[in-house]
Design a protein around this ligand. Sequence first.
Ligand SMILES: Cc1cc2nc3c(=O)[nH]c(=O)nc-3n(C[C@H](O)[C@H](O)[C@H](O)COP(=O)(O)OP(=O)(O)OC[C@H]3O[C@@H](n4cnc5c(N)ncnc54)[C@H](O)[C@@H]3O)c2cc1C
Length: 405
Amino acid sequence: MGDEKAQMTCQQVHGPLVIGAGPSGLAVAACLSNNGIPSLLLERSDCIASLWQQRTYDRLKLHLPKQFCELPFMGFPENFPKYPTKHQFISYMESYAEHFGIKPKFKQSVESAEFDNFCGLWRVRTQDCEYVSKWVIVATGENAEPLIPEIQGIKEFHGPVLHTSVYKSGSEFKNQKVLVVGCGNSGMEVSLDLCRNNAIPHMVVRNSVHVLPREILGASTFGIAMALNKWLPLRLVDKFLLLMANFSFGNTDRFGLRRPKTGPLELKNVTGKTPVLDVGAFSLIKSGKIKVMDGVKEITRNGAKFVDGQEREFDSIILATGYKSNVPSWLKGCDFFTKEGMPKTPFPNGWKGEKGLYTVGFTRRGLLGTGCDAIKIAKDISDQWRAINNCEDVQRVLIRNLELR
Ligand SMILES: Cc1cc2nc3c(=O)[nH]c(=O)nc-3n(C[C@H](O)[C@H](O)[C@H](O)COP(=O)(O)OP(=O)(O)OC[C@H]3O[C@@H](n4cnc5c(N)ncnc54)[C@H](O)[C@@H]3O)c2cc1C
């Protein structure tokens, strides 16, 4: 321990320190750079947008049309399709970083960040360096760590158990009976991918879920909801969405997909739970190719027992159980975040804490929310930056005048 400390270097950062080089970190660095402010990005992995490059499945496409996923000041190339593939999204991120000259420092995993009241600066530690800065921008994401639930008996299971963050393609599961735990966008898409690769997915639907068509008469459901929400109350927009969902799918309860009592947008606002935008899984559920199962009671050596009394054998288990923020594990002495690692103040006011602390990408509104945060943060810091620089200019003139005397 003593030796590690001795080897630790210390770096004073000229400008804000951004933690995380995903889309949010890049967006805020670009907005700062547009305001003439340098920044330093720290990233634990060895590439930008590591969630997209290292922890997503091959067939992933953006869930929302590209115009809702653009970062500030640079759109997607014109020739990209409406729903870019993950590879296209990554190439967009790479061009974005290059365009704004963003060069993160890789393999820097932040282990602690704390405001030092004595010197009025943030001290941020990685495994081998301490960074000191006036501003810290948290951009580590809502999806920093896989959420792995405790399921009774899972350690006894004979086959592979993996989280969707390491799932790449259904081709590895050909002819297998696969238990997919979770029915959000990832659970549905992984089940679809398994089907397309001749596996037999059984998807666990423990709670109620809103499934919406991705498009209504050729227009994005998300886009329609956003447009309507400008003019109509949320509950009315929810009523419209449910009408359209009913028109597209009929009553989803018949297939084991019970709808929550609260509408999809209201539920998203209150709990953060995203409705599923269907990209083809529903028709496979209807035809019985994706089997819907009740909650898991326990995992056995060869399969699972379900709460409705059924018991089945499986070859593999995939946990589509989501992700969580990791902020509480490293941000110290600060009560801006909940114990789940989300800002306590809800959107649109969760981007700014105290003493130079900012957050970007914690709005539960995907990349659209990221853009809003990044622009506000850059404006706020740029006002302070100018004030400081003016102060320093005045100081320099005073010192020169004194020297001239
Ligand atoms: C499968 C999937 C599909 C999605 N599709 C869409 C979509 O179509 N549209 C949309 O708007 N949103 C989508 N999202 C949400 C998506 O996560 C975000 O929109 C986007 O990736 C958020 O960017 P971010 O930079 O905030 O977080 P992330 O992309 O998670 O980036 C955070 C970065 O911080 C780094 N980091 C974490 N902890 C530390 C640490 N302690 N020290 C240093 N670095 C650290 C991580 O390695 C990572 O590179 C999707 C999410 C998933 C999982």
